[in-house]
Design a protein. Structure first.
Length: 209
């Protein structure tokens, strides 16, 4: 088993970042968070990092003329902090092919629906829950998947479903899905720490202990 050296990318309040940190602190995840990077100066994730003594970097997308320049700088930051595994914890910016290639099959994202349904460009945050309710789905959930060059496309590592209730709003559904996100994201990362993930094309095979 190899300890993961995590570089976490977050754009918002950082609840998934905090869930991963809590799992590490409780001994349920064999990993260390080396650095937290956010594209938003006001992101709650940055405050969580500061409170827990984790190095943090505000890296604004707007400060770079081209996406590739941003991607190159992100690689430099992760290299500086000796990151060997990237985590998207509510990160809403484009990842360049160069960055994805540099951490190939070592980038995990959490998506608030049961992929491949309700994924793709524009399907993030409450937009997902609105679409689920509009479609009249009876179940939703969360998916942890490997990131590749296509939005929400890479191999699925873990999923967990939740019921969609008749009186749900996007807010109540989002809260139910978020609890599941916090549960399965650290578990998915631990599978990599235990070297239990094998890839067969776009399919992830989870090995027994």
């Amino acid at each position: 088993m190899a300890k993961l050296k995590l570089g976490v990318l977050a754009s918002g309040r950082g609840s998934n970042f905090e869930a991963i940190l809590t799992a590490i602190q409780k001994g349920n995840l064999d990993a260390e968070i080396k650095v937290l990077v956010s594209n938003k100066k006001s992101a709650g994730a940055l405050a969580i990092a500061t409170q827990n003594g984790i190095p943090s970097v505000h890296l604004s997308f707007k400060a770079f003329a081209l996406p590739n320049e941003y991607g190159s700088e992100l690689i430099k930051v992760f290299s500086k902090y000796d990151v060997n595994f990237a985590v998207l914890a509510g990160y809403l910016k484009y990842l360049t092919p160069e960055f994805i290639s540099n951490y190939q099959n070592k980038i995990l994202n959490i998506h608030p629906a049961l992929l491949p349904s309700f994924g793709g460009n524009g399907m993030f945050g409450n937009h997902v829950h609105v679409a689920v309710l509009k479609r009249g789905c009876k179940v939703s959930g969360a998916t942890v998947h490997i990131v590749d060059e296509i939005y929400d496309h890479g191999p699925i590592i873990l999923q967990k479903s939740v019921p969609v209730l008749d009186d749900d709003t996007e807010k109540t559904l989002a809260a139910r899905v978020l609890k599941v996100e916090h549960e399965i994201f650290p578990k998915a990362l631990q599978l990599f720490a235990e070297n239990r993930v094998r890839l067969d094309g776009n399919r992830a095979i989870i090995l027994e202990r």
